[in-house]
Write a protein that binds this ligand. Structure first.
Ligand SMILES: NC(=O)c1ccc[n+]([C@@H]2O[C@H](COP(=O)([O-])OP(=O)(O)OC[C@H]3O[C@@H](n4cnc5c(N)ncnc54)[C@H](OP(=O)(O)O)[C@@H]3O)[C@@H](O)[C@H]2O)c1
Length: 252
């Protein structure tokens, strides 16, 4: 019996795929049989990651308006198709109270976290998906649904990405499914400043008793990309160890 997670013959673009959640996603997609095209800013990391995953890679920032087009063209040249797009690259800057934030840094956050995902989906749509179909997963955050100290720019941009996910899901159906995954705290470089100083305490406050690992998120992304999720679009899947329901928890 063939697994409905089987992605053999398909091709994926994963942004921010050289470490953390993006790398785990790319690895999971490859393990399911897909070919991958990866991107990140550090050229050595991109080269190494592409080689390790037997894929292709393009260094550069997703905020460069031309980068999504070049990335899509590379994937089409290498694999002849783009079935899956995972918009994972993001910035958590500028960090701090909104009254102190430089508007140029605010714009940069939106360029990386919101505009780049839209540009990449536009390129994949016009280059392949409009005719052949596909699946898009945007990586949002559990925090996008509520407010928090010093992360106003990040959470506002992720809330916009969440909205963009729903809008695209409606516009691109039935050819293309568009969903998001919203992680809670995951053990990566981006979140090191949160989990490293107080992991034990943070974990003990979570219903599922530990912080997340990149693979926890990657498995959810794989599921949404695969045919097992063929009737799901416009959904946001929380992968947060119960963070969102922790207020109901009665401490042991
Ligand atoms: N970790 C968490 O707790 C957590 C929680 C909620 C949501 N998320 C979301 O999960 C996603 C992945 O985060 P992560 O924690 O895995 O981060 P990470 O470990 O810091 O990895 C980020 C990846 O994105 C690349 N990247 C960063 N800026 C980029 C840009 N402008 N253009 C292209 N590539 C870029 C990085 O490589 P270069 O530096 O070489 O570019 C790296 O490959 C993000 O969307 C983040 O918002 C994370």
């Amino acid at each position: 019996m063939t697994s409905s997670y089987d992605l053999r013959g398909r091709a994926a673009i994963v942004t921010g795929a050289t470490r953390g959640i993006g790398y785990a996603v790319a690895r999971e997609l490859v393990a399911a049989g897909a070919r991958v095209c990866v991107t990140a800013r550090d050229p050595d990391d991109v080269r190494r990651t592409a080689a390790r995953l037997d894929g292709v890679g393009l260094p550069g920032s997703v905020a460069d308006p031309d980068h999504p087009r070049r990335l899509t063209e590379l994937a089409l040249r290498a694999f002849g198709r783009v079935d899956i797009v995972v918009n994972n690259a993001a910035t958590n800057q500028p960090y701090g109270p909104l009254m102190d934030i430089d508007p140029r840094e605010w714009s940069e956050a939106f360029a990386v976290n919101v505009e780049a995902p839209l540009r990449l989906v536009q390129c994949a749509w016009h280059g392949w998906m409009a005719e052949h179909g596909g699946s898009v997963v945007n990586i949002c955050t559990e925090g996008a649904r509520h407010v928090g100290p010093r992360i106003g720019a990040y959470n506002t941009s992720k809330a916009a990405l969440l909205h963009l996910t729903g809008q695209l899901a409606g516009e691109l159906a039935p050819r293309v499914r568009v969903n998001s995954v919203s992680p809670g705290l995951v053990r990566t470089e981006m979140a090191r400043f949160v989990w490293e100083p107080g992991e034990t305490e943070i974990a003990s406050g979570l219903p599922l008793g530990r912080i997340g690992e990149p693979e926890d998120v990657a498995r959810a992304v794989l599921w949404l990309c695969s045919d097992a999720a063929e009737w799901i679009t416009g959904a946001d899947l929380l992968v947060d160890g119960g963070t969102n329901v922790s207020r109901a928890r009665i401490a042991p």
